[in-house]
Ligand binder design. Structure first.
Ligand SMILES: Cc1ncc(COP(=O)(O)O)c(C=O)c1O
Length: 339
């Protein structure tokens, strides 16, 4: 099977497994795992921040960040399609007591003045806004990159309002590789980031919460409260260190493969190749005779797995376990399924 459902389906490579097997470990709840500490220091430095915290998932790292920025009964603003409000099962409200209000969805094309107008001041009439969250790259819009100028403008909005700015950077590596914007430049724009090792970078597990030393100390308590204190997880952190050494620059290959898939399927009127910026290809089947479930079923029968995001929307994601040959084979199968 050629699995294009998500970049979370990758399996650790032999080199990564060797690094994991050789990792020096200790009890990380006691602060004694040297490999976890090395990963945290490395990721903090990559984004130009003081500190970082290893978390089991991107969802937990996002929710830790939100809880450090937004007190209970206060508000977070984000895109209507953001992972933090779509796929984290109401965690902001259920765990953090945080209210969320959304714009759009707008993918990478955020209307900054509209977001600025949503910010509510402290007071007893309305829920006060305490943070804005963005997603880089934006998953449900098809891996769109939010332009640097938009992020800079949002930083100014946050500064003027005295509120926080969070980045769900599950795929910020892709934005960095696609635009050549340095990670430190992205890092400098946000109060908190959550960056994933288990998506494009190909580790079996792991995300990192990045911020000031003070917020990371608070985040360590929040992580423990949520059951995320982990023990000899240097074996997992070692996979992250290996991925940072070997799997960042190669994301350009995934982007090229996504572009190739889009070009092959463009004649069917289901995708505009110009809209594909990173490793995600959305197939808009609104004008096709084939609906999403039918396409996914035919693809599966041909040995290709795709995600169904809506009745007429499918998603394909390229990743570490998808080769050039896989892309060509998948394009043939999908083309036949669309005919
Ligand atoms: C944009 C985005 N943020 C956060 C996450 C959460 O990651 P996890 O599945 O590790 O909780 C994902 C997962 O795919 C994602 O796509």
């Amino acid at each position: 099977m050629i699995d294009l459902r998500s970049d979370t389906v990758t399996r650790p490579t032999p080199g990564m497994r060797q690094a994991m097997a050789a990792a020096e470990v200790g009890d990380d709840v006691y602060g004694e795992d040297p490999t976890v500490q090395a990963l945290e220091a490395r990721v903090a430095a990559l984004f130009g921040h003081e500190a970082a915290l290893f978390a089991p998932t991107g969802s937990m790292a996002n929710q830790i960040a939100i809880q450090t920025l937004v007190p209970p009964a206060h508000e977070l603003l984000c895109d209507a399609d953001a992972h933090v409000v779509t796929y984290e099962i109401g965690a902001a409200a259920a765990i953090g007591g945080v209210s969320t209000r959304t714009w759009g969805p707008s993918g990478g094309a955020i209307d900054v003045s509209a977001v600025a107008a949503m910010v509510r001041p402290d007071g007893f009439h309305a829920v006060p806004t305490r943070a804005i969250a963005v997603e880089q790259t934006h998953n449900r819009s098809g891996g769109e990159v939010i332009p640097l100028s938009t992020l800079q403008a949002l930083r100014s909005v946050a500064d003027e309002a005295g509120i926080g700015l969070h980045c769900d950077g599950a795929r910020i590596w892709h934005a960095h590789v696609a635009t050549a914007v340095p990670l430190t430049v992205y890092g400098g724009l946000f109060d908190t980031l959550s960056v994933c090792l288990s998506k494009g970078l190909g580790t079996p597990i792991g995300s990192v919460f990045v911020s000031t030393a003070e917020r990371v100390a608070a985040g360590r308590v929040i992580r423990k409260r949520m059951g995320g204190g982990m023990r000899q997880v240097g074996v997992l952190a070692a996979a992250g260190l290996y991925a940072l050494d070997h799997h960042v620059e190669r994301l350009a290959d995934d982007h090229a493969r996504a572009a190739r898939l889009a070009a092959a399927l463009a004649p069917f009127g289901v995708v505009d190749p110009a809209a594909v910026q990173t490793n995600i290809v959305l197939l808009d089947l609104s004008k096709s005779t084939v609906d999403a479930a039918t396409l996914a079923g035919r693809a599966r029968a041909g040995g290709v797995l795709v995600s169904v995001l809506g009745p007429r929307l499918c998603r394909l994601i390229t990743h570490l376990d998808v080769s050039d040959e896989d892309v060509d084979r998948a394009a043939e199968v999908l083309a036949a399924a669309l005919r």
